[in-house]
Design a protein around this ligand. Structure first.
Ligand code: NAG
Ligand code: NAG
Ligand code: NAG
Ligand code: NAG
Length: 916
């Protein structure tokens, strides 16, 4: 037998350590009382300024360590943090990174600084500071951060994390939004909200302003009557909205000497595109990754427009094109490409260089042969999960080769799948060539992430967009020329007005549409604009100037990536100057946290950088992850080497290579889980589906199969139970016995609802159900694995039994812990989708408020809400009747069935049943 590798032993120790710590955290809870926690977010014209204030008291009779912890969006910059301990303020100081590090080099060497801010999820990073305080001491923590909300598939999203970890006497969240253009829709979504808790949520809104308040009493925060001390608040709170766009030249807004110009014209025709998908099929992609890639490709190919041209290149050690040239996206070609995609198998090395160069050659040749339609757009989309290992492997040589080949003629987008890929390499590759890079997280929704990315670039509306302002009126303007503008996004330019700016500020935006050039002209009255922002409750002073500084820094940081050394320094100096002047914690600055005398005086908070996150497990549970921190900097280990014990330990953790020590049976159940019970195999498949966004991936490991113990054949639920208010029979059990393939279950144009589904007669449950709403436009597709909600081309996956509470204009969507998803609105039939665990486990459909069906309802199930005739009319005691629907007779019998509608274990009912 082999002796365990050092990494393994190390891993086991880590588990024990973290468990011990969990308990101390528990014990501490009662001693440290958070008596107030407020989150105040002001969003003025997309620029969000968030202040988190936490007040705590040490109720113990001894010195205690108090920790302040907050998750904030990755895109945000922290601008201030301070602690006030018994009346004395300890402010954070933002300094140049090098200076801060020098000053506190000792701490940095000990690795103490790196822990303050850490990337934790796909969209968030965590800021955490601890301080020791005397008995009875009162401490106020205040964290301030800012970000510009970016329009993504037609919406802005403000994400707030709520995780107090204990009941809080005074807990309040206020979100004030002011959009001078007018708010076109606003919706909220939360992962912890329940119907009871939703009473603490209020939203008020008019044309330009919205106020969302969440203020739950301690009694509302309780997890359950049994767990009165535990808080239910733990998760995301999201506000999503968009603004009205009347002027196609965009909206210019002015405040305190600065302006911002938002440009997102609606109603432009999509420009045809020539797109080449370059797909990594190296060995490391094998298994789920390649499967998800195939799945996404098939969907994406189906979404190509009729005027688009495309090709596929798959590569491992060498690159192979699907077709020798680009082909039109005809139905025939798309089907052929889908079959090709279905057959892609993963094995071999990674030759990124040759694959991209081949794509460029295909485009160049098509261009020479004049096969690219006039005015079309060319895109190369690269998907890879690893570093180059075959052919040219030197990253900078590849970057040089690619840039020379593309020569500004095409846009290259790079998708890095997972964490074994050098994101910095891909980011530079994309930014050098007019595109952008995106990370695809390895998870059960990876295919959706790929589709989502494609949706962003699927509809180019304009090319070569240039903003022009009269030169004597503005200065310090941010990027004003953009290669591409895509549907659903927004171009933003900000700048400073010169002192003698005119009363009317005018701007031009030029660009190219498919076959013509276009110029938009916009004018804005300075005084009127300034006045619009005199609304102190919604605005913080000089926000426009800060917006400008934020945008300038973000753009400089991107430019630095694709600039040569000499220029780089000048850009860095400028970004640093702005970061310091406006007090932003950016990758160039650090915040020095001061603490009371006598305590370790030296903590430095630094912004984590995406490309330093290599080999990090984003899905790890919070507490476990904390103890994985090693050394000051995230270690940057190259692909093949695993000599570093830390590195191999992490690989083990990620479930790659030899099974790591954290896999069962060593892994104890996470504390929040209920004890293990044998689960029927069908539920198993659901449990083993991996976690989504910001989930703990503990669930992954609880998939050891257990055979369900045989029960005496229980009463089975029917395929569907229909409530028939107003008919002589109040409920009908329908068994779908002859159903084959997708079926139109319900269609009600009056209600704007359609439900289709595939009922598997053998398994006696639905393999999928799809609900489509007309207004708001929304599609919900449920499968035993998860629920995918698509709205405005944006798809999100939700796991069954993870609470969700989403309020959209005209529709509410909730999911509870029992796995019931309800889609409801005040005047519509409620559609329920249930992940049922009882006998005959599987996906089920249920309907409530069925009296709201219109007279136009139809479909396999819908027909029973039309004129239905029961014969004989009254049949007390009888066990057989005839049901006449749409001229067809069905014989109905009284049978004992299981009613699943109220959730497991279900109740036995005697039900009139028909077979269809
Ligand atoms: C940071 O917050 C402290 C305490 O509220 C305050 O004194 C200080 O001026 C703030 N710093 C900045 C740059 O706003
Ligand atoms: C608009 O709504 C906001 C937030 O609900 C409110 O404070 C404000 O008074 C309203 N303004 C008008 C003119 O109704
Ligand atoms: C649009 O403008 C560009 C650059 O100014 C020019 O090269 C191109 O020919 C123009 N296209 C049309 C259709 O006028
Ligand atoms: C930033 O640059 C300006 C102009 O060069 C200078 O006046 C200012 O002192 C600089 N600020 C910082 C914080 O370095």
């Amino acid at each position: 037998m082999k002796t365990p590798a050092p990494g393994r032993a190390c891993g086991i120790m880590l588990v024990l350590l973290s468990l011990a710590t969990l308990q101390t955290l528990r014990a501490q809870k009662n001693d440290i009382d958070i008596y107030s926690l407020t989150v105040d977010s002001r969003v003025s014209s997309r620029f969000a300024h968030t202040v988190v204030t936490s007040r705590v008291v040490n109720k113990a009779s001894t010195l205690q360590e108090v920790t302040f912890q907050m998750e904030l969006p990755k895109k945000a910059f922290i601008t201030n943090f301070s602690m006030n301990i018994d009346g004395v303020t300890y402010p954070g100081n933002i300094k140049e990174k090098a200076a801060a590090q020098e000053q506190y080099s000792a701490a940095v060497e000990r690795g103490e600084s790196a822990g303050l801010v850490k990337a934790t999820g796909r969209k968030t990073e965590r800021f955490q500071v601890s301080v020791s305080v005397a008995p009875a001491a009162k401490i106020t923590f205040e964290l301030v951060y800012e970000e510009l909300l970016v329009r993504h598939l037609g919406a802005y999203e403000l994400l707030l994390k709520v995780q107090p970890q204990q009941l809080v006497k005074h807990l309040q969240m206020d979100i004030y939004i002011f959009e001078p253009q007018g708010i076109s829709f606003l919706e909220t979504e939360s992962t912890f909200m329940t119907n009871e808790l939703a009473e603490a949520l209020t939203t008020s809104q008019n044309k330009t302003k919205a106020h969302v308040r969440f203020k739950p009493m301690p009694s509302q925060q309780q997890k359950s009557p049994e767990q009165q001390q535990d808080t239910v608040l733990d998760g995301n709170f999201i506000v999503r909205y968009d603004v009205d766009r009347t002027l196609s030249g965009g909206s210019i807004q002015i405040e305190n000497g600065y302006f911002v110009h938002y440009f997102a014209p609606e109603h432009l025709a999509t420009i045809p595109k020539n797109v080449i998908f370059v797909i990594d099929k190296s060995g490391s992609m094998s298994g789920r990754k390649i499967q998800q890639t195939r799945e996404a490709l098939i969907k994406i190919l189906g979404d190509l427009g009729p005027r688009d041209q495309f090709n596929l290149i798959s590569f491992s050690g060498e690159a192979t094109p699907w077709k020798p040239q680009l082909v039109a996206a005809s139905a025939e070609n798309m089907n052929e490409a889908k079959s090709y995609a279905t057959a892609i198998q993963a094995q071999g090395g990674t030759n990124i260089n040759d694959a991209i160069l081949m794509a460029v050659q295909l485009l160049e040749r098509a261009n020479r042969e004049e096969l690219l339609p006039a005015g079309s757009v060319t895109l190369i989309i690269l998907l890879t999960d690893g570093d180059p290992t075959v052919g040219e492997t030197n990253p900078s040589k590849i970057q040089k080769n690619v840039q020379e080949a593309i020569d500004g003629q095409h846009s290259l987008f790079c998708l890095g799948f997972g964490f074994d890929v050098s994101y910095a390499f891909l980011e530079k590759l994309a930014l050098d060539n007019g595109g952008l890079a995106r990370r695809i997280y390895e998870d059960s929704d990876s295919a959706l992430q790929l589709q989502d990315f494609y949706q962003e670039v699927a509809n180019p509306l304009m090319t070569s967009v240039a903003f022009e302002y009269p030169s004597n009126t503005v200065e310090a303007v941010t990027q004003d020329a953009f290669r591409l503008f895509f549907k659903g996004s927004e171009l933003v330019v900000a700048g400073k007005l010169r002192d003698q700016s005119p009363d009317v500020f005018s701007a031009k935006v030029r660009g190219q549409l498919h076959m013509e050039n276009i110029t938009f002209v916009t004018e804005s009255r300075v005084a009127e604009q300034e006045e619009a922002f005199w609304s102190p409750r919604y605005i913080f002073h000089s926000f426009m100037e800060r917006l400008w500084a934020y945008l300038t820094i973000q753009q400089l940081l991107e430019q630095i990536v694709s600039t040569l050394d000499a220029e780089k320094q000048a850009l860095e100096a400028r970004a640093l100057n702005l970061s310091l002047s406006y007090s932003f914690v950016t990758p160039l600055t650090s915040m020095v946290i001061t603490k009371p005398e006598g305590q370790e005086q030296s903590q430095v908070a630094e912004k984590p950088v995406e490309n330093e996150n290599r080999h990090r497990n984003v899905h790890s549970g919070h507490t476990l992850f904390r103890y994985h921190s090693v050394g000051g900097k995230a270690s940057r280990v190259s692909g093949g080497s695993s000599a570093d014990p830390v590195f191999s330990k992490r690989r083990g953790w990620r479930g790659q290579g030899p099974p790591g020590p954290l896999n069962p049976p060593h892994l104890p159940y996470p504390p929040h889980r209920t004890p293990w019970r044998p689960t029927p195999p069908d539920v198993m498949s659901r449990l083993s589906a991996t976690s989504f966004l910001d989930e703990h991936d503990m669930d992954l490991r609880i998939k050891e199969t257990t055979t369900a113990s045989p029960h005496p054949a229980p009463i089975q639920p029917p395929s569907v139970i229909l409530l028939l208010p107003g008919q002589s029979v109040d409920r009908l059990c329908v068994d779908l016995k002859r159903s084959q393939g997708p079926t139109n279950l319900l269609s009600d144009p009056g209600q704007g609802i359609e439900v289709t589904g595939h009922y598997e007669t053998e398994k006696a449950h639905f393999s999928w159900i799809e609900v489509t709403f007309k207004k708001p436009q929304l599609q919900v597709r449920a499968s035993p694995e998860h629920v995918v909600v698509t709205r405005n081309r944006r798809s999100s996956a939700y796991k069954w039994k993870k609470t969700l509470y989403s309020v959209m204009p005209g529709l509410k969507m909730t999911m509870d812990k029992a796995g019931l998803l309800l889609l409801s609105s005040p005047d519509r039939v409620t559609i329920g989708l249930l992940s049922w665990d009882g006998p005959g486990a599987g996906l089920r459909l249920l309907l409530r408020d069925t009296d709201r069906f219109s007279s136009h309802v139809s479909g396999t199930l819908g027909q029973f809400y039309q004129d239905v005739l029961w014969e004989p009319l009254a049949a007390a005691g009888d066990s057989k009747r005839t049901l006449r629907v749409q001229g067809h007779d069905h014989s109905a019998t009284r049978e004992l069935k299981l009613d699943y509608q109220e959730g497991p274990p279900g109740t036995e009912i005697s039900c009139w049943s028909v077979e269809l």
